[in-house]
Design a protein around this ligand. Structure first.
Ligand code: SAH
Length: 462
C-alpha cells in the first residue's frame, strides 16, 4: 500500500488553494462539503470561485502566490498552469511539513484525493493510486448502485443512539450484537422507510428490555459449495460475516475462508480420507460447547451440509444440548462438478433419474445396492470414490452395465485446479492414472458424460 487511507477531521483544518480556474474550483467545492477553512490565492478567479468568495464561503486573495500564504496551513492544493510555480510551492510546503497536492501531477503529490461514495456519515473512499482510473470509476458506479442513498439515514440514526447504547452495554461484544440486531431487523426497516419517530420509539423500547438475545450462542451449519467462492449463497456470506468462531474442514477453500469476519477465531478440524484430524463426536461436542459459551459458531462444510456431510449428526448433538441452530444449504459437489464439466446430470435422451452414492471403501469393498446403481437411463454419481474406482467399475459391470458405459472423473470441480477425465468402465482406471487425478474427485457414470464434448464451457486458469 503506497497510499495510506485516513479520514482527516476538518473542524480546525486550514487549507490553501493556489489557482482559481475550473480545476481549482472543483477542489474548493469538494472542500466546502467539510468544515475546513479555505483560502484561495490567484491573480484571476473563475466565476464559481468569485461567487463563493462573494457568498463569504471562502477567502479569496486576487494576487500572485507568496511564500507567506503557507503560514498556519495544514493542507495545500495547487492548481495553476505555471509548472515552475507548482514545483516551488510543492518544495516550500514540503519543507514546512504541510501536506501538498499538485492537481494532476502525481509525483508532486504527498496525498491524493480518493474517489468518494458519500452517504454521510458513512463515507467510502477509494483509490487506485492513479494507475487504474477507469476500473476505479467502474467500481464506484457499482457501489453507488448497491448502497442505497438511505444508508445515510441509518448512519445518522446510529450516531443519535451511540451514547445511549454505550451506556446500556458495558462490553464491545454486547454492543456489537445489539447493533447487529438493530441493523438486521425492524428498527432499521423503519428508518429506511422514513418512519423516524417510530424507529426511535422502538429503539427506546429495545434499550429498556432486561433480556437481550445478545450473548446467546448459536450454530450455523453452512454449506460452502464446491470451491468457487462465487457459488456461496448470500445467506452463507451474511452468517460468515457475523461469526465469532468458524469451524471448518479440508474441503473449504482458502478464498472462501477469507470471506469470514476477520476477527473470528478459525478452528480447523480436518478430514482427509482415512486421516480424520478430529473424530466426529469431538466435533459435535466442540460445536455445542462453543455455542453454550455464548459464541456464534459457523460450521463451514464443503458442498451441502446434508449431502455426505454428516451435518445431521452434528445437529443431533445440538438438539440434545438445547443449542439453537440454522442450516444453510450449499451447492453440492455433484451440481458443481456437473455444471463446470458440461455434463448435465439428467437429460431427456440420456437419463431420467440421478443417484448420489458414496464410493467410500471399507475393507476393500463398497457396501451398496449395486443392482439399483447399475440401471440404464440413470446417472450415478459417486462421492469419495477415487480409491474405490476399480471396485466401482467392476461392480457396475458385474451387475449389468455394458463396459462401454461412459464415466467421468472431475477433480477439484469449479476451481482453477479442475481436471476432467472421461472414458468407459473398462479404460477409465488407466486414464485416471495417466492424468494423475487427485482428491477431491467426483465420479459421474452414465451416457450423459458423452454430452461434455459439446457442452464443455469452463476454462480454468491453470
Ligand atoms: N458435503 C459435500 C460432500 C462431502 S464428501 C458436498 O455436498 O459436496 C467429500 C467428497 O465430495 C469428496 O471425496 C469428493 O468426492 C466430493 N467433492 C467435494 N468437493 C469436490 C470438488 N470441488 N470437486 C470434486 N469432488 C468434490
Amino acid at each position: 500500500m503506497q497510499y495510506f487511507p485516513i479520514f482527516v477531521d476538518t473542524t480546525e483544518l486550514n487549507c490553501l488553494v493556489v489557482g482559481a480556474g475550473e480545476v481549482a474550483a472543483r477542489k474548493v467545492e469538494l472542500l466546502l462539503k467539510t468544515s475546513a477553512t479555505i483560502m484561495v490565492v490567484a491573480p484571476w478567479a473563475c466565476d464559481t470561485v468569485n461567487r463563493l468568495a462573494n457568498e463569504g464561503k471562502i477567502t479569496l486573495h486576487t494576487r500572485g502566490y507568496e511564500a507567506g500564504d503557507l503560514v498556519a496551513k495544514q493542507l495545500v492544493f495547487v492548481a495553476t498552469d505555471d509548472s515552475a510555480l507548482n514545483v516551488t510551492i510543492h518544495q516550500q510546503a514540503k519543507a514546512l511539513n504541510i501536506l501538498v497536492n499538485v492537481v494532476d501531477n502525481t509525483p508532486l503529490c504527498q496525498f491524493i484525493t480518493p474517489s468518494i461514495v458519500d452517504r454521510s456519515p458513512i463515507i467510502i473512499a477509494m483509490s487506485s493510486g492513479g494507475v487504474a482510473p477507469v476500473l476505479l470509476r467502474y467500481l464506484r458506479q457499482k457501489l453507488e448502485s448497491v448502497i442505497p442513498q438511505k444508508v445515510s439515514l441509518l448512519g445518522q440514526f446510529s450516531e443519535k443512539f451511540r451514547d445511549a447504547v454505550k451506556a446500556r452495554f458495558d462490553s464491545v461484544t454486547k454492543r456489537r450484537y445489539f447493533w447487529e440486531d438493530v441493523l438486521d431487523g425492524d428498527v432499521a426497516e423503519q428508518v429506511l422507510q422514513g418512519n423516524q419517530s417510530k424507529a426511535e420509539q422502538m429503539m427506546h423500547e429495545k434499550l429498556a428490555l432486561d433480556e437481550h438475545d445478545s450473548g446467546k450462542g448459536e450454530v450455523y451449519l453452512v454449506g460452502a459449495g464446491p470451491g468457487d467462492p462465487d457459488l456461496l449463497t448470500f445467506r452463507a456470506l451474511r452468517l460468515m460475516q457475523k461469526a465469532d468462531v468458524v469451524v471448518y474442514d479440508r474441503l473449504v477453500s482458502k478464498e472462501i475462508l477469507e470471506l469470514v469476519r476477520r476477527d473470528a477465531e478459525k478452528i480447523y478440524v480436518g478430514k482427509a480420507r482415512s486421516l480424520h484430524t478430529v473424530p466426529q463426536d469431538e466435533i459435535n461436542q466442540l460445536l455445542a460447547d462453543l455455542a453454550l459459551a455464548g459464541n456464534r459458531v459457523v460450521r463451514l462444510k464443503g458442498g451441502d451440509p446434508f449431502i455426505f456431510g454428516r451435518g445431521g449428526e452434528e445437529i443431533e448433538t445440538l438438539v440434545e444440548k438445547g443449542v439453537s441452530f440454522q442450516v444453510v444449504p450449499g451447492i453440492t459437489a455433484a451440481s458443481g462438478a456437473a455444471s463446470y464439466a458440461g455434463i448435465p446430470l439428467t437429460h431427456r435422451d440420456h437419463a431420467k433419474s440421478v443417484v448420489f452414492a458414496t464410493g467410500h471403501l471399507r475393507d476393500n469393498s463398497i457396501d451398496l445396492n449395486w443392482p439399483m446403481l447399475a440401471q440404464p437411463e440413470q446417472t450415478t454419481v459417486f462421492y469419495m470414490g477415487l480409491t474405490g474406482l476399480p471396485v466401482i467399475c467392476e461392480k457396475l459391470i458385474e451387475h449389468g452395465l455394458p463396459d462401454t458405459t461412459k464415466i467421468a472423473l472431475v477433480q477439484s470441480a469449479t476451481t482453477p485446479e479442475q481436471k476432467v477425465v472421461t472414458g468407459n468402465l473398462r479404460d477409465i482406471q488407466q486414464r485416471v492414472a495417466e492424468a494423475g487425478i487427485k482428491p477431491p474427485a467426483l465420479i459421474i457414470v452414465g451416457s450423459v458424460v458423452s454430452l461434455r464434448d459439446k457442452l464443455n464451457w469452463f476454462k480454468q486458469n491453470a
